[in-house]
Ligand binder design. Structure first.
Ligand SMILES: *Cc1c(COP(=O)(O)O)cnc(C)c1O
Length: 421
């Protein structure tokens, strides 16, 4: 469920008309609903209660500091994959002891800054990384809390670019070698083993791969405890998928996920950490764009929008589907036709949808891409010198620009011509 609905013939975010935002902010823009973000975060905390737990929002899915503040104020922790994301979490007022540092290539510099600033735990992904962290912690005279990310070799049955739990993926330590690596962790100075971490991929639409992975984590935890390690936290990663079409696609809900977690891991007395990104942010956002031209091609009509692949890359990068809605509600029984929906960028890859059946559009009409809150704005670029797409946050009947569109002056000022040219 989300808070993007037609009211009085116009698509609204909560109680704000998207057309009104477009009039003030210009297009394209991302718009997020505070109520949906809040609701999705709460679904997870409710699903895991009464187990001790921390829901760490995966910042990489949607990293605007205003959104992080909203979730952080509700009590959310944060999952970061770079020191830049760490600094965003801190700027949003999230304390270090609620920030988990994930990622396969943390640098010593990043470790140093996070240890100094305060961190809940590092999710370590390799032995060289573990040794580097040990060095950095010793040099600072502190102990770094760690969980080791294990790779369970489980097929997440999702898009190949976002599957992370198979042995051929770059992530984590093979679960078969985990005991050995934990033994080294216990010997290394400057490290404090606190947990086990796993994350098998993104946009999972079934519970069974999670269940298979968590069952292996359970067995490993019992072995590690028998080996003398204090495993007090289990970080289960993120990855729960969302429906991108409004047809019969029905991925499991946080409640089903929570019930399964309790069943598999609930008796271990460990604190459960999860790192959902997409399920919290995905359906909390839309991308609003304007039709520049309707172009009649040979055998097809093109809807040329002012949004492009640089603003929302998922369709061209992953072949992803986003539902497209007319911002002005089409009357019941209104005619429709197939359109190829494209942006103005000079690449054929700049295509959002082919032969999509949509209501009839004319120049100047507004469209909204649904489910664009996750991996939307964060993956945007200024390719073709198109200004970085702005972001707007709505709460009830008010909205605020939470990242402004840069001016062309600002864009040009970032380049400098060396004096010898
Ligand atoms: C990407 C990622 C997540 C979030 O994944 P979603 O599919 O957005 O829930 C969580 N943890 C780690 C380590 C990740 O890399």
């Amino acid at each position: 469920m989300d808070h993007f609905t037609y009211k009085g013939g116009n698509l609204h975010a909560e109680d704000v008309s998207l057309a009104e935002i477009a009039a003030q902010v210009g297009t394209p823009f991302y718009c997020y609903s505070a109520a949906t973000l809040t609701r999705h975060y709460r679904l997870f905390t409710e699903a895991l209660s009464p187990l001790p737990h921390l829901v760490c929002f995966a910042i990489k899915s949607l990293s605007n500091v205003a959104v992080l503040k909203l979730l952080g104020d509700l009590g959310a922790g944060m999952d970061v994959v770079s020191i830049g994301e760490y600094l965003r979490a801190r700027a949003a007022g999230v304390p270090g002891n609620r920030i988990v540092f994930s990622g396969v290539g943390k640098t010593r510099n990043e470790m140093h800054q996070a240890l100094q600033g305060g961190i809940r735990q590092f999710n370590v992904e390799s032995e060289p990384e573990m040794r580097a962290l040990s060095d950095v912690a010793v040099s600072l005279g502190v102990r770094a809390p760690i969980a080791i990310r294990v790779n369970p070799d489980v097929d997440a049955r999702t898009h190949e670019k976002i599957a992370t739990g198979k042995k051929e993926n770059k992530f984590g330590i093979p679960i078969s070698r985990a005991r050995e690596v934990y033994a080294e962790a216990a010997r290394l100075p400057g490290l404090e083993v606190v947990g086990v971490d796993v994350h098998i991929g993104s946009q999972l639409t079934e519970l069974s791969p999670f269940e298979a992975a968590f069952t292996l984590v359970r067995e490993l935890t019992l072995q590690l405890r028998a080996d003398g390690h204090a495993i007090t936290r289990l970080d289960l990663g993120g990855g729960l998928g969302i429906p991108y079409t409004r047809s019969n696609e029905a991925p499991p809900l946080p409640n089903d996920y929570g019930a399964m977690v309790k069943q598999v891991l609930g008796d271990l007395g460990a604190e459960i950490e999860i790192e959902p990104g997409r399920l919290i942010s995905g359906n909390s956002g839309v991308l609003v764009s304007q039709v520049i031209y309707v172009k009649h091609g040979e055998g097809r009509d093109f809807l040329i929008l002012d949004a492009a692949m640089n603003d929302l890359v998922r369709p061209s990068m992953y072949g992803a589907h986003h539902d497209i809605l007319a911002v002005r509600e089409p009357p019941a029984g209104a005619p429709s036709q197939p359109y190829d929906v494209v942006g103005p960028v000079c690449e054929t890859g700049d295509t959002f949808a082919r032969a999509r059946e949509l209501p009839l559009f004319a120049e100047g009409d507004l469209v909204a891409f649904r489910s664009a809150g996750a991996y939307g704005a964060v993956m945007a670029s200024e390719y073709n010198t198109r200004p970085l797409v702005p972001e707007v946050l709505v709460a009830r009947d008010h909205f605020a620009v939470i990242r402004a569109r840069p001016s062309y002056d600002e864009i040009l000022k970032r380049d400098s011509i060396p004096p010898w040219l």
